[in-house]
Design a protein around this ligand. Structure first.
Ligand code: ZN
Length: 500
């Protein structure tokens, strides 16, 4: 009997043991299949054996101190599709190449320039190292024949940036400054969650704009500003329009129009604010790392004193572009002409209207046609009483602007009278190229020559593409008539001439 009881107990133990073992196995399997991150990690480590995982890449804050350059490891990552085995370690970068495919001095030059970008961006732009360096690994640069790319966009299996350079391109300073800067913008797009400076929608323009600002600040290549043609050709578009973030109603797509689609690569706005208005570089870069949820345009609005006024000054400065060299400025004009030839001049709306003051805004063509027969506007301008209403198609959108070119034949006093529900800054670009800020209904003097009226929309709207409707009226006093009148009064010994 005792033996039977002992056997039953043993059997019960066995049943419980087997049941518990099965339960544990099932749990493990469920955990494995329910976590995509865990799946990704496990497949990555089998894809690239021997590459240590970089821990805490998405949530580490504040970032740990970087290791010294000497102690950084060189480890080929998942971006090494070409299985390159030769490398040159230059500071914090490991440059991988095929013997004979690229000159070793070119590899060294890229390494030197990348280390310059690193030192400069950490010091002057308040960026941080990407996770590679913070956890003891060099950033990998691969010379192979894929299209060049990097930075914020190229993330290897361990969520670390790497870069691909085409060995046939030779040393390209602008390319390495641009792509190298992207490496240090890393957190803007890759620190987890939807950040304000993400590479998407209304924020996307800024990553590219700022990388090209870095190029312009560090290179003297006259082509560094040529994308500004997009702003000069279509100033009414929003600051944040980009090739991945088109488009307003009836706008051409980026594939149809370089002049509409290139805008995000123009460095003009941050470059102007840094060099002409002394805004510190870090104002433009800290938002990549400080977890802001604001878009770059709203971030600038909140963090730069009188941003609306400074932006209006920028808008007015695009007319004569005095802060560029003559060659750089001419390049923008010739860029617009060249693209107008290939894409059609109806893609250019530099001036809302060109008119003679004598004839007034009433002389503006309401539905102009380009030489190729295309309409410049999708809907015509309108005249209502003495007010000119620009077409919805080219009326400025928030954080865009309109430019009116005005020929003045004799000295006058002039006031702009604006009617709108939007918020606007007004600027007059004078004959000598200087800029005057004016308010609605405030008189200013004009003499013979060409002037530009710049209407800048600074309504606190930071997304979307709707234009802001406004009516513009010019109120004119003819000074020479007044003067004749004054002289007559003076001759009657009233001595009131000084009232001018
Ligand atoms: Zn880029």
């Amino acid at each position: 009997m005792k033996i039977i009881i002992a056997l039953i107990i043993i059997a019960l133990f066995l049943v419980v043991f087997v049941y518990l073992a099965l339960l544990l196995k099932k749990k493990r399997r469920r955990r494995k299949t329910s976590s995509p991150a865990a799946q990704k990690r496990s497949s990555s480590s089998t894809l690239v054996p021997g590459v240590p995982e970089v821990p805490g890449t998405t949530t580490d804050w504040p970032p740990p101190e970087s290791k010294s350059d000497d102690s950084l490891n060189v480890t080929s990552g998942s971006g090494n599709d070409y299985k390159l085995t030769n490398f040159l370690k230059v500071g914090a970068f490991a440059l991988w190449y095929e013997e004979g495919a690229v000159d070793k001095s070119v590899v060294q030059s890229y390494g030197d320039k990348l280390n310059y970008v690193r030192a400069d961006t950490l010091e002057n732009w308040h960026f941080f190292d990407p996770p590679n360096m913070r956890h003891g690994h060099c950033v990998n640069i691969y010379f192979d024949k894929r299209p060049p790319g990097v930075g914020t966009e190229s993330i290897d299996a361990f969520r670390c940036p790497f870069m691909v350079l085409n060995p046939e391109y030779g040393f390209d300073e602008k390319l390495i400054l641009h792509e190298g800067f992207h490496i240090f913008q890393w957190c803007g797009t890759n620190c987890g969650g939807e950040r304000g400076f993400a590479y998407s929608e209304n924020m996307r323009w800024y990553t590219e704009t700022l990388a090209n600002t870095y190029v312009a600040l560090n290179s003297s290549d006259p082509l560094r500003f040529h994308e500004m043609a997009g702003i000069v050709a279509n100033p009414h578009l929003n600051m944040w329009q980009s090739f991945g973030n088109l488009k307003g109603k009836d706008d051409p797509s980026s594939s149809e129009s370089w002049l509409y689609g290139v805008r995000q690569y123009s460095c003009a706005i941050p470059y102007y604010l840094i060099t002409q208005k002394n805004i510190p570089r870090k104002t433009f870069s800290e938002g990549h790392y400080n977890n802001t949820k604001l878009s770059p345009q709203e971030y600038m609005f909140q963090n730069i004193d009188n941003f609306a006024g400074l932006y209006a000054d920028f808008a007015a400065s695009t007319v004569h572009r005095k802060w560029l060299s003559e060659e750089e400025s001419k390049l923008i004009t010739s860029e617009i002409s060249a693209w107008a030839k290939t894409e059609g001049e109806h893609h250019v709306h530099s001036y809302t209207c060109e008119f003679e003051l004598q004839k007034g805004l009433q002389s503006c063509p309401l539905d102009p046609i380009a030489s190729n027969g295309e309409k410049f506007l999708q809907s015509p301008h309108k005249l209502e009483g003495e007010y000119f209403y620009p077409s919805d198609y080219t009326a400025t959108r928030p954080w865009g602007f309109n430019v009116y070119k005005m020929i003045v034949d004799k000295p006058s006093q002039l006031a702009l009278i604006l009617t709108s529900e939007g918020i606007f800054e007004l600027r007059i670009v004078k004959v000598d190229g200087s800029v005057q800020a004016v308010k609605t209904a405030e008189y200013f003097n004009v003499s013979k020559g060409t002037y530009y009226i710049v209407i800048v929309c600074t309504s606190p709207i930071f997304e979307g593409y709707e234009s802001i409707s406004y009516g513009l009226k010019l109120s004119k006093k003819d000074i020479s008539a007044d003067k004749r009148n004054m002289i007559r009064i003076t001759n009657t010994k009233a001595f009131q001439y000084f009232r001018m």
